[in-house]
Design a binder for this molecule. Structure first.
Ligand code: CTP
Ligand code: MG
Length: 221
């Protein structure tokens, strides 16, 4: 079966607040994007890859892939206004005979072969999609605009989900048609009636949002 990875890197990184998109923030001597790019390229379960780059950053993304010797990269496309738009842009480059699409946030640099293997396995049992997640540990409160707690939300059965997320290619294509929107791809597939399973994620799949997250990932490396 052929597995195509879509590496979404087209966000602006507003919360990081740098003079460049988050994918090109410095992580050591390299842009952040280099890490997930190299890892997915070296992953034995990934056959081919599409990079979704921020507008105006397509050329640097392609050059980076070349410098890193990432020979599974088949295309680099320009991202859209939302994450769902960027996934849609990436999917246009995934050929019709791809069986599985793996969507990964470039903002989670420390993707591993093990987690890719964990999200791919249940597809063979008939699941439409599989996502990595961690059970929520903190107590959850719904808070009003004045800062007052409105309610305590039971955390039983609540998971914080991560990427890489794996889908049967045809299911993801159908789910993202007609400009559907969700904060992750699983949300699109759920909304279109697909069955999505959660498997164990990894704390190291931390999504870099702030400067502190960037420092944490640098330390882990
Ligand atoms: N992403 C994307 N296209 C968008 C928005 C997000 O490809 N229009 C990607 C980001 O590059 C990131 C992932 O989706 O790899 C998760 O998004 P997020 O962490 O929110 O990144 P940004 O949108 O860049 O950050 P911010 O929300 O702070 O601007
Ligand atoms: Mg964002």
């Amino acid at each position: 079966m052929s597995v195509w990875a879509i590496l979404v890197a087209a966000g602006r990184g507003e919360r990081l607040g740098l003079d460049r998109p988050k994918a090109f923030a410095k992580l050591g001597d390299e842009p952040l994007l280099a890490e997930p790019l190299r890892r997915l390229d070296a992953c034995p379960w990934v056959d081919a890859m599409v990079i979704v780059a921020p507008p105006g950053w397509e050329e640097p993304a392609i050059l980076l892939a070349e410098e890193e010797g990432c020979d599974k990269v088949r295309a680099c496309v320009t991202g859209g206004e939302t994450r769902s738009d960027s996934v849609r842009a990436g999917l246009t480059e995934v050929p019709g005979d791809a069986v599985v699409v793996l969507v990964h946030d470039a903002a989670r640099p420390l993707v591993s072969d093990e987690v890719v293997e964990r999200v791919l396995a249940p597809l063979a049992e008939g699941w439409d999609g599989v996502v990595p997640g961690l059970p929520v540990g903190d107590t959850l409160k719904r808070v009003g605009s004045d800062g007052g707690i409105e309610e305590t939300v039971g955390r039983a059965g609540l998971w914080a989900v991560q990427t890489p997320q794996a889908f049967a290619a045809d299911v993801l294509r159908r789910a993202q048609a007609n400009g559907a929107e969700a904060t992750d791809c699983a949300g699109l597939v759920e909304a279109s009636g697909g069955r999505v399973k959660v498997v164990d994620g990894d704390p190291r799949l931390l999504k870099v949002t702030s400067e502190a997250d960037l420092a944490t990932v640098r330390e882990w490396l």
